[in-house]
Unconditional design. Structure first.
Lengths: 234, 234
């Protein structure tokens, strides 16, 4: 439920699904759907700039506190990828919470990227892997947030429904209950949530609607040698 | 939702309600109901023993990992206080999660002790204080747990229902939803919870039933000079 709690759940053998619904991991999923070849998640703006120095063809995406970082090609809006031909491109991305969470998880674990946009695909793929799963909610600056927990509940429910998974974790059980409560009206469910309010102040309600629409892609970004590449589970 | 996250929410001015439903704060509430004069919460077994050296009349209570500590008068079972005359006694108590949470909260905040046993009383008292409230779930070794979150939801709901409180916190909103879902059958709701299973292994199902029965006392333990004393909100 928070990057600050990840070490308590880490076991060095599970696949870790990192989720930052609003908006980092949604953006990652849609960027692969739009054809990028790879994405390099980095923790700092400085690192991102160093990558560009090493290769001017890299596309830079950076978000801090919900807003794009000046001088970068993209911020953290998934819809900014929709109208462009991204085939074969490499994106270097840093965000407030999402890429930090990847950086924590990758130290000892295999990492996959989840969002509502690839919910069914990542469920199907995880079930085929026959390994334990930790769902890592990026939250907001180490605080619990509702939208990532909703995704965690949705994914956990699909895994448990497969009969191949058990769930003895209170946090996951809570997430499943929240998903059951919210699944029929995700936007309404998040009406009073802190992050929806934060983003609404930035005039990006349409991004929120976009990120809450499940199953827009069958791509599953997975981390290989510090770089995200996509598996297609169609 | 975890002692590890408390600093993110700390504001140095709210009243902090520490809750450890199974069983530390339930035991504190019932001990005051049974007439103790004060309780000294300490972080370590060694500290508790030092208090007894300073005063042989002190009653020592210690729990680690769900079980009483050898050589102490009490563990962490609220029902162990029921049959005894505790009038005017002082109890020195240390538990795995509850007293640790008090120790974290008291550094910068006024502290009150909540449990389902004093739910209505603490709600009424808090509303009369006209101050912001942080509900501090003791959890289990920094992990989220369901039963403390249920209490948080119950208390938050009563505060919000008073129309004197707003709630813009995702964690609190989640807690309220969990309470709404579980309130009519708390024992059943916790059927698969980690802590209920942990305690069931120690054969203390009856303690769990006891701790889940709301409003058994109107006492509210509050911390004054590192010692808990009771306010009566009848």
């Amino acid at each position: 439920m928070s990057p600050a709690l990840f070490d308590l759940y880490a076991d060095r053998k599970s696949i870790v699904v990192v989720v930052d619904v609003l908006r980092a991991t949604s953006t990652m999923c849609i960027a692969f759907e739009k054809g990028i070849e790879k994405m390099i998640p980095v923790s700092t703006v400085e690192e991102a700039l160093e990558y560009r120095e090493s290769n001017p063809n890299y596309i830079l995406a950076a978000e801090r506190n919900g807003a794009p970082v000046k001088g970068f090609d993209f911020g953290n809006s998934p819809q900014s990828y929709l109208e462009l031909d991204m085939s074969g491109k490499t994106v270097v991305m840093t965000t407030t919470n999402g890429t930090k969470s990847i950086s924590i998880a990758k130290k000892d674990h295999d990492v996959a990227i989840g969002s509502l946009l690839n919910l069914d695909a990542i469920s199907k793929w995880l079930i085929s892997q026959e390994r334990d799963v930790i769902i890592f909610c990026a939250g907001w600056k180490d605080k619990f947030n509702l939208e990532d927990t909703l995704f965690a509940g949705a994914l956990a429910q699909q895994l448990v429904d497969s009969d191949l998974y058990n769930n003895f974790c209170d946090a996951t059980q809570a997430a499943q209950i929240l998903w059951e409560k919210g699944k029929n009206d995700l936007f309404g469910f998040l009406d009073n949530s802190s992050h929806r309010k934060r983003l609404a102040n930035l005039n990006i309600d349409s991004d929120i609607h976009f990120c809450l629409k499940p199953n827009q892609t069958t791509k599953i970004p997975v981390l290989k040698n510090n770089t995200l590449v996509a598996i297609d589970e169609s």
